[in-house]
Design a protein around this ligand. Structure first.
Ligand SMILES: Cc1ncc(COP(=O)(O)O)c(C=O)c1O
Length: 406
């Protein structure tokens, strides 16, 4: 196998098919058409179809309440505010996540405090959480990264010992389970995104799940310009905003939710199969299973790459070769969140972060290794493929290995 045989250099692609996303059929088209024809496009009172979907999603997650909103970032922001954080409170988050997990903390005038991830799962490491606890810590936002459940037993125990709120960032984890319990139902609140790449999508949108009635009522008010149930139209009790979802999104979500469980189980099965294939390739190590995640949503399938088995080819170049082979894949986050200019330069605009906080001094070695050297992502829609597709993904990696070592 020579380099010229790689698709990147003009050779034949290993995977020659598309993996469509979003998945829909006439049911979605009809549902949207009916909503358009009804003329009920807005969502002024967050009732009717919106409330019905919220009940359905809460039931699916096993929580008492679910409150929709504009997107997953807003879901996190509102859940955090509804937890009662105050300016200057510290909130612990992982640095291997999307910016929203951190930016909502700063937007609440709280201090994002980074705790490193576990090298086997890339989820926030409870030992690292303990190390950054201070008397000012008020909450933890564990991210079920890629759809793999965090070590919730350990995190909930830390939270109970230190009287902390736990907000699960479940943006990747619709339908995922920890010890048989749906994610988003374990902490004080769970936050989901319905953005276009997500496993349950309406293009944009978000939802907060919770068993806490007061928290639910506050999120409901904050998403609806501070109105309260039973109040007048121009009566505003809290500093909310218009963060409402629309009916058109809701009808799409209702249809998409019918597909979610089967899709999640298919991705989970394919992920386990791909693990068994990739374990056989020297220098490729899938993230480990068996940490309590009884159902992994594989919003992202992640494997660790070791360039010493690939003629020292940097990860970025390996990822480009893999994508050219037709595997929907990507090198993932280029750097840990705290390295972003917004944190390095403390570009927080009108939001206040105490003087002593200095993100240039933060160093999370596991996250840095994941970003710079190790993590390669295969995207969720590809995990809806067949067993043969999984074999081709593994085949593409083996092909690259042979070619670069030729
Ligand atoms: C882990 C995580 N949290 C939060 C969000 C924010 O969701 P949204 O894009 O819907 O605002 C995302 C979106 O990509 C995410 O990946």
């Amino acid at each position: 196998m020579k380099r010229e045989e790689l698709a990147f250099y003009g050779g034949l692609k290993t995977v020659d098919k598309e993996f469509p996303w979003p998945v829909f059929d006439q049911a979605e088209v009809d549902a949207v058409a009916r909503a358009v024809q009804s003329g009920a496009w807005a969502n002024p009172n967050c009732d009717g179809m919106v409330a019905e979907f919220e009940q359905e999603f809460a039931g699916y997650c096993g929580t008492k309440h679910a409150i929709t909103c504009a997107n997953g970032s807003v879901a996190l922001r509102l859940a955090l505010l509804a937890c009662g954080v105050k300016p200057g409170d510290e909130v612990i988050i992982p640095p291997y996540t999307f910016i929203a997990t951190a930016s909502v903390v700063a937007e609440a005038n709280c201090v994002p405090v980074f705790a490193d991830i576990d090298p086997d799962t890339y989820n926030i490491d409870p030992v690292a959480v303990e190390k950054v606890l201070t008397p000012r810590t008020k909450a933890i936002i564990p991210v079920h990264f890629a759809g793999q459940a965090c070590n919730m037993d350990a995190l909930m125990q830390i939270a109970a010992r230190h009287n902390l709120k736990v907000i699960e960032d479940a943006a990747h984890a619709h339908g995922g389970e920890y010890k048989g319990i749906k994610l988003g139902s374990i902490g004080d609140a769970g936050c989901f995104s319905f953005q276009s790449s997500k496993n349950l999508t309406s293009g944009e949108g978000g939802i907060v799940t919770t068993n806490d009635e007061k928290l639910a009522a506050m999120v409901d008010s904050l998403r609806n310009v501070g109105r309260v149930k039973g109040g007048q139209w121009y009566e505003h009790h809290y500093l909310g905003c218009n963060y409402r979802i629309t009916q058109l999104q809701i009808v799409l979500l209702s249809q998409q939710l019918k597909r979610l469980e089967e899709q999640t189980r298919r991705r989970n099965e394919n992920g386990l199969y791909l693990n068994s294939l990739l374990e056989k390739i020297p220098g490729i190590t899938p993230l480990t299973r068996g940490h309590g995640e009884t159902l992994h949503t594989y919003h992202i399938y992640i494997f660790r790459y070791d360039k010493s088995f690939f003629n020292r080819l940097p990860k970025r170049e390996f990822a480009a070769l893999l994508a050219a082979e037709g595997v929907p894949s990507f090198m993932g986050y280029p750097e840990p969140l705290y390295k972003q200019p917004v944190f390095q330069k403390k570009n927080f605009m009108c939001y206040a972060i105490p003087e002593h906080v200095d993100y240039t001094k933060v160093h999370c070695p596991v996250t840095e290794k994941a970003c710079y050297e190790e993590a390669v992502w295969i995207l969720q829609h590809a995990m809806l493929g067949t067993k043969e597709d999984m074999e081709k993904f593994a085949g593409a990696i083996a092909k690259i290995q042979k070619a670069v070592n030729f």
